[in-house]
Design a protein around this ligand. Structure first.
Ligand code: BES
Ligand code: ZN
Ligand code: ZN
Length: 485
């Protein structure tokens, strides 16, 4: 998809199709030239509602207001309609918002790139989309005059972030037979080479040397052996250091605590946290952010077999703690425990964030659209929630408490891998992870459970069916916000 910015008025811009956003049901605005036709079509201009006037080559879409998050989903809806027709090019004016900022331009470009995504690797008949060129006119809905240089920068940033999100979506959508730990490591390596990142891969031999026995146990019954991937973005004179850790379960069958079939399907998406980390590393390197960023991914497949780890096993984590296994389907926290320990051994950072499709309980608690944020520092959790909001993702806090912590007690080991209560499962999983955070990282760490939004079964907002790339926009926004000018 090619983007162009023009200072020409929208009417003087050549294109096959014009997209017009009807804001807050205002059909009197000068951009809305087809009021009567739209009324005839019973177009109400509700959020994301579209109306294509084929004879006019004009596509209308509704948005409640000029908030960036609404503009993003409106244009995503519009581009899907445009792609279903034979248009080659599209033009749209600017909708900079109540305040003249580049935020809405960024949201618009993201909406167009994210909304037009489709995953067709396994389809013999691919959809024949012809739409390639998008021209954005600087003529603004509210009459703002905009700085073209700033707009061009915003466009570039938006394209990098949205394409990194689509890159993450591609990894997650790939089937477990085509994307197992070794392949995930290859994908990371290839991206690292292209983007000048350092990439280190730990294979079973190195994982054993590093005493990551818990991670190895989870992967033991699989014919695809685990990998730990370490990606490094190291600019000169970095302003601070951020560590990212991702759960990369290329498949989660549940292991011997086997999942019922209806819960097993879609578990290719259990690598969403790790895939998000790869996407974030791609974005931060392309944005040239003056922040040192380390991405660690625990890539493992959780399977059954004669060699499988078992409920009743006691495993030794990298930090020496013993873990009583009572459910092999609570495997993500085991993989993360060792990966978090390794990450902290390798890097002393100012922030450490982990991303994981960790619990069904998070989905039950906060729904399919929202990530759960846990940790010990309100400031860090608030930073994440603020960044999510600005990036157009949903995230909310789940607070720890000492009573739930006790539910992880084991009679025979230091800790149990599941809690003894049915309730608060997202929090108890977060509390389990906390056991593997060093004292000096305790207040710098947050855990982000993306089990809800990572995989979309019914398209919403800018997300088509399949992987959403949850976490990529949120974290790229957060890391960008750490940059001091
Ligand atoms: N990968 C799952 C969590 C999950 C569930 C992600 C649904 C996305 C959608 C995780 O490994 C798991 O199975 N967790 C168990 C934990 C339980 C055994 C304590 C769960 O949530 O049921
Ligand atoms: Zn599981
Ligand atoms: Zn899992």
């Amino acid at each position: 998809m090619n983007f162009e910015l023009t200072i020409n008025a929208i009417q003087d811009t050549a294109s096959d199709l014009e997209v017009i956003i009807v804001v807050d049901g205002n059909f009197e605005h000068r951009f809305v030239q087809d009021k009567e036709l739209l009324e005839k079509a019973k177009f109400k201009a509700t959020q994301d509602e579209t109306c294509l006037l084929l004879e006019k080559d004009r596509l209308y879409v509704g948005s409640e207001d000029l908030a960036s998050n609404n503009i993003r989903t409106a244009v995503a809806a519009a581009i899907r309609v445009a792609q279903s027709k034979a248009y080659k090019s599209l033009k749209i004016a600017s909708y900079a918002g109540e305040v003249n900022r580049t935020e809405n331009l960024q949201a618009m470009v993201e909406g167009l790139v994210l909304g037009s995504y489709s995953f067709e690797r396994y389809k013999n008949t691919k959809s024949e989309t012809t739409l390639e060129d998008i021209t954005i006119s600087m003529e603004d809905y509210s009459g703002w005059t905009q700085d073209i240089q700033k707009c061009a920068e915003a466009l570039n940033v938006a394209q990098i972030i949205a394409e990194a999100t689509n890159f993450t979506r591609d990894i997650v959508n790939t089937t477990p037979d085509d994307c197992y730990p070794e392949i995930m490591a290859d994908i990371a390596k290839k991206m690292a080479k292209k983007n000048n990142l350092v990439c280190k891969i730990l294979k079973p031999k190195e994982l054993r040397e590093q005493k990551m026995e818990t991670l190895l146990a989870v992967g033991r019954a699989s014919r695809h052996k685990p990998r730990v991937i370490h990606l490094i973005h190291k600019p000169e004179n970095p302003q601070c250091v951020v560590t990212l850790v991702g759960k990369g379960l290329t498949y989660d069958s549940g292991g011997l605590s086997l999942k019922p079939s209806e819960f097993m399907a879609t578990m290719k998406s259990d690598k969403s946290g790790g895939s998000a980390v790869i996407g974030i590393m791609k974005a931060v390197s392309e944005l040239n952010l003056p922040i040192e960023v380390h991405g660690f991914i625990g890539a493992v497949e959780n399977m059954i077999g004669g060699d499988a780890y078992k409920p009743d096993d006691v495993l030794y984590a990298k930090n020496g703690k013993t873990i009583e296994i009572r459910n092999t389907d609570a495997e993500g926290r085991l993989v993360l425990a060792d990966t978090l320990c390794y990450a902290q051994q390798e890097v002393k950072s100012d922030y450490i964030f982990d991303f994981a499709t960790l619990t069904g309980a998070s989905v039950v608690g906060v729904g399919h659209y929202t990530s759960s944020v846990m940790g010990n520092s309100d400031a860090v959790k608030d930073l994440i929630i603020r960044s999510a909001k600005e990036a157009g993702e949903f995230a909310t806090k789940l607070d720890f408490n000492r009573y739930l912590k006790k539910s992880l007690k084991s009679e025979i080991a230091d800790i149990c891998n599941i809690s003894n209560t049915r309730y608060g499962g997202a929090i108890t999983a977060g509390l389990f992870l906390e056991e593997f955070i060093d004292e000096d990282h305790k207040a710098k760490w947050a855990h982000i459970d993306i089990a809800g939004p990572a995989f979309v079964e019914h398209s919403w907002g800018e997300n088509p069916h399949g992987a959403s790339g949850a976490g990529v926009r949120l974290m790229t926004k957060l890391i960008s916000s750490l940059v001091k000018n």
